[in-house]
Design a protein around this ligand. Structure first.
Ligand code: FPP
Length: 173
């Protein structure tokens, strides 16, 4: 007889860290005759449901790739709608406390509007002692941006005389 899988899975099967790449929000909305922004709003809600479920079953880290450096090229109206969803998501402090969730934002926040940067600082600071799950929101992330970030850090060390350029290794990068 085939063994049925437990739901939720036993702890021995759980990954420690789950990553989610948002995709298909626009197609989901289009197939229902809705604007793309409605797809993003539904995607953000689905992410909240997933985060709650992950916390309930004992996943310790959840990372969502929410807004890449490439996403700035989308129409201004769509970018504004995405930033507004992020703003709302980040200001939901009551929910982080209730869920005992620690919120972290990855990526380069510098080009984000000042009020969103402030919301990031508040959300991270206000939830830093929560222990049930760490939810990472990747914002303004990208492979090229990450390479640039590490090259700048190494260049600073070289300029300060703390690192010999010839000694730089793949691990350093
Ligand atoms: C991918 O679908 C979606 C995005 C690139 C943006 C997702 C970001 C949010 C919904 C902001 C809020 C996020 C959180 C976690 C609160 P797509 O637009 O590429 O869809 P398509 O492939 O159908 O065009």
């Amino acid at each position: 007889m085939q063994e049925t899988r437990k739901d939720p899975p036993g702890r021995e099967f759980l990954p420690r860290h789950v990553g989610i790449i948002m995709d298909g929000n626009g197609r989901w909305a289009k197939s229902r005759g809705l604007p793309r922004t409605a797809g993003h709003a539904a995607g953000a809600e689905t992410f909240r449901t997933i985060a709650t479920y992950c916390r309930e079953i004992g996943i310790k880290y959840l990372t969502v790739y929410a807004f890449s450096t490439e996403n700035w090229k989308r129409p201004q109206k769509e970018v504004n709608a995405l930033l507004e969803l992020l703003r709302r998501f980040l200001s939901n402090m009551e929910e982080y406390q209730r869920e005992n969730a620690r919120l972290r934002v990855l990526g380069d926040p510098s080009p984000l509007p000042p009020d969103l940067r402030e919301a990031i600082v508040k959300a991270q600071e206000g939830s830093k002692d929560n222990t049930a799950i760490t939810v990472n929101i990747a914002l303004n992330y990208g492979g090229r941006a990450e390479i640039l970030h590490s090259v700048k850090a190494l260049a600073r060390e070289c300029a300060a005389g703390a690192l010999d350029p010839e000694a730089i290794t793949e691990e350093d990068i």
